[in-house]
Ligand binder design. Sequence first.
Ligand code: EZ4
Ligand code: CO
Length: 411
Amino acid sequence: MTIIKSAEVIVTSPGRNFVTLQITTEDGTTGLGDATLNGRELAVAVYLADHVIPLLKGRDAMNIEDTWQYLYRGAYWRRGPVTMAAIAAVDMALWDIKAKVAELPMYQLLGGQSRTGALAYGHASGRDTEELHDSIRANLEAGFKAIRVQSGIPGADSVYGVHSNAPTADAPATPAGARASRVLPEVETWDTRAYLRHVPTEIESVRHEFGAELPLLHDAHHRLTPREAAQLGRSLEPFDLFWLEDVTPIEDPTALRYVREHTTTPLAIGEVLNSVHDYQTLVTERLVDYVRSAVTHTGGITHLKKLADFASIYGVRTGFHGPTDVSPVGQAAHLHLDLALHNFGIQEYMIHSEATAEVFETSFRFEDGLLHPGERIGLGVEIDREAARRHAYEPGYLPVARLHDGSVHDW
Ligand code: EZ4
Ligand code: CO
């Protein structure tokens, strides 16, 4: 029987916090879903435990679309990162169960494979040019065939948007907000003019050192005005970026009209969006080339598939958000989608720590720059409950950015 018997929220912190939902059916089939919302983890854990799990018991695990609509429309209050992460976890766990019942890897339920593997990009960063180049070399040695490049700005105290500054194959970059025992967020200083002057010279040095072929990406973390973004896009045109990410604050999609009119540098956006409706203007006006949502923050496989199909009508491709704060469960779900979707573009891939890999055992593989979800049935991820218990939750925050005058800036 595929009737849902129980569901449980598992909070664990093997190097950083993860919130996982495990659903069990009456016949003992289990499914896993990722509900990790970096820096606000327990809000989703409580939303699931107190408001969602009581609704799941007794439902047929096979009716994924109906459960999705029941949780979304039934709540009356729509969208938002907490709600959509909770629905995402239920949705992923149900797809995991359905694929296990069918005895198929999940991508087979999405139409089978459209490619041999998903092109992945790694993260390189450095406080100066030398450190950045070393970091790129480490990514190349780890097998990456596309690389996101973030660099320190002279006078700034850290590389914005990353926590550790010199990632290597053994100690990969961690997105900011990795578990920390501190009680308050770190504060970073931001200077837009210094950034706009410096980034093109850094990307130029990378092109000079590593050649024209290597796909390069860059993330501006929502910190620019449309005019500044247009200036940056223009100044980067000679270096042929794969994409320029999150140039302007996310709330106003129409800000990208001006950017689009002034630069041909490809644009990507959306890691903090959580609904296909958030993309309506962005996609129908073709203001972006890539949609960046994560399965974990955008209502799960059901909703991300909807977004990808909507985007495909307008020739927009996917580039799903895959930092280490998306758990191996969420990342596995991405890989099944990446393999199946025709309009796949690229997959972000930050390698999880060894401690994380001990808690979440996965079937996915990374070969020749491509990610593949593997052939295990379901999503292909198992959680070691005993190992999970060894890592208690610790509060951690993303940093905040302030300008030199002390005012808060976008992060
Ligand atoms: O800062 O996942 O493109 N990737 C990113 C990430 C985000 C973190 C926030 O939780 O911008 O590193
Ligand atoms: Co980003």
